[in-house]
Design a protein around this ligand. Structure first.
Ligand code: UD1
Ligand code: UDP
Length: 359
């Protein structure tokens, strides 16, 4: 039996190809939702749109400090794992859910599979970097999306036989849902947008939005883009960012702030945008897969492949660099090759887990 542990928006999206493959092959599995994300548009909406089965277990841990949230997830996960005794526990990405789920499983001497292993920003100020490093070092199966992620693991002394390069399940998710999004989503019409005639934005990184100076600088850059190009800047606001904008009493001028979108709407918006500005990990990858230019509002990235192929540039939390990137858009060479695989990562991961089951 495979235990699929997830808890946040990107984990639901990137685990969906694995869940679908378990369903397709009739493999015994369960879904354990930690409840790290719980607002309808960060959680339930994705189960509905992606037609995923309801979680078998929901811990409802909610928000909290890093230690408080991690501790709650660990005790909740432990109870379920003791009851279910899965052969492999799968976690995906770099959130507190991932690290806490992996740690609880490994202390029970259960085998842990880390989906999206080996990513490194080499910036330990990011909570996600701590989660990635710790999870990789206690995992038994490291599903690295690319060769460069594999190299990071090898450099840290992780045994080669534990690592399997699979591509990223985000490619599976994009391929499985883009056609459906094009058929089902009318989001461009609803927002009165023309293809390639708007910018799309997301921002939620703790180091960006919990820092007043950085958040103000990012908003200043985005407002500048809207003024200079006279094109809509569509900005679905993550709940962390919404809370910070309110708390800090920051005014936002000229941007189309919206609620977070479902995956189908967001995919449609991404695929037709002139340029996407983001600090999200998944959005850097998806734009690369979709052939849409991306400017990442960070000073480093654990997705260097996107810089190498030329789909992405780093602009920091710097209003001038944000504007410069947008000004240079016409000279970008599109048509890069997607470095994240062929969209069969989910199948490969389930195959490895199924083999582990019979051992
Ligand atoms: C978390 C992950 C981050 C990931 C992101 C995906 C960690 C350390 N961070 O960040 O790596 O990129 O999810 O979106 O695991 N909130 C709501 N509703 C929700 C969820 C959160 O209102 O459904 C608000 C709460 O005020 C909460 C804040 O957002 O305090 C932050 O939520 P949290 O899960 O702690 O971190 P994220 O910023 O979402
Ligand atoms: N996403 C979405 N709706 C939105 C914004 C993002 O469905 O309004 C999706 C996006 O397509 C990607 C994922 O959310 O698959 C990225 O999640 P997020 O940026 O929250 O986390 P990160 O990838 O940075 O961990």
């Amino acid at each position: 039996m495979i235990g699929v542990v997830l808890g946040t928006r990107p984990e639901i999206i990137k685990m969906s190809p694995i869940i679908r493959e378990c369903e397709r092959r009739g493999i015994d599995y369960f879904i354990l939702h930690t409840g790290q994300h719980y607002s309808y548009e960060m959680d339930r909406l994705f189960f509905e749109e992606l037609e995923l089965p309801d979680p078998d277990y929901s811990l409802d841990v909610g928000s909290g400090t890093h230690a408080g949230q991690t501790a709650k997830i660990m005790t909740g996960v432990e109870d379920v794992l003791v009851k279910e005794a899965p052969d492999v526990v799968l976690v995906q990405g770099d959130t507190n859910t991932v690290m806490a789920g992996a740690l609880a499983a490994s202390k029970l001497h259960m085998r842990v599979g880390h989906v999206e292993a080996g990513l490194r920003s080499f910036n330990r100020w990011m909570p996600e970097e701590i989660n990635r490093v710790l999870t990789d070092h206690i995992s038994d199966y490291l599903f690295a999306p690319t060769e460069s992620a594999r190299d990071n693991l090898l450099h840290e002394g992780i045994a080669e036989q534990k690592i399997c390069v699979t591509g990223n399940t985000v490619v599976d998710a994009v391929y499985q849902n883009l056609g459906i999004a094009q058929k089902k989503s009318n989001v461009l019409k609803e927002l009165d947008l023309e293809p390639r005639e708007y910018f799309l934005v997301t921002a939620h990184r703790q180091e960006n939005v919990d820092n007043r100076t950085r958040l103000k600088e990012i908003l200043k850059g985005l407002e500048g883009v809207q003024r200079e190009f006279s094109l809509p800047v569509v900005f679905p606001v993550h709940p962390r960012t919404e809370k910070r904008i309110k708390e800090l009493g920051i005014g936002v001028d000229g941007l189309n702030l919206t609620k977070p979108f479902g995956f189908l709407e967001f995919l449609q918006l991404e695929s037709q945008a002139k340029l996407v500005l983001t600090d999200s990990g998944g959005v850097q990858e998806e734009t690369c897969v979709l052939g849409v230019p991306c400017a990442t509002m960070r000073y480093d990235t654990e997705r260097p492949e996107t810089l190498d192929v030329g789909s992405n540039v780093l602009v920091g939390a710097d209003s001038k660099k944000i504007l410069e990137a947008v000004r240079s858009i016409e000279s970008w060479k599109c048509g890069w090759k997607n470095p994240y695989g062929d969209g069969i990562a989910g199948k490969m991961i389930v195959m490895v887990c199924a083999a582990a089951r019979s051992r």
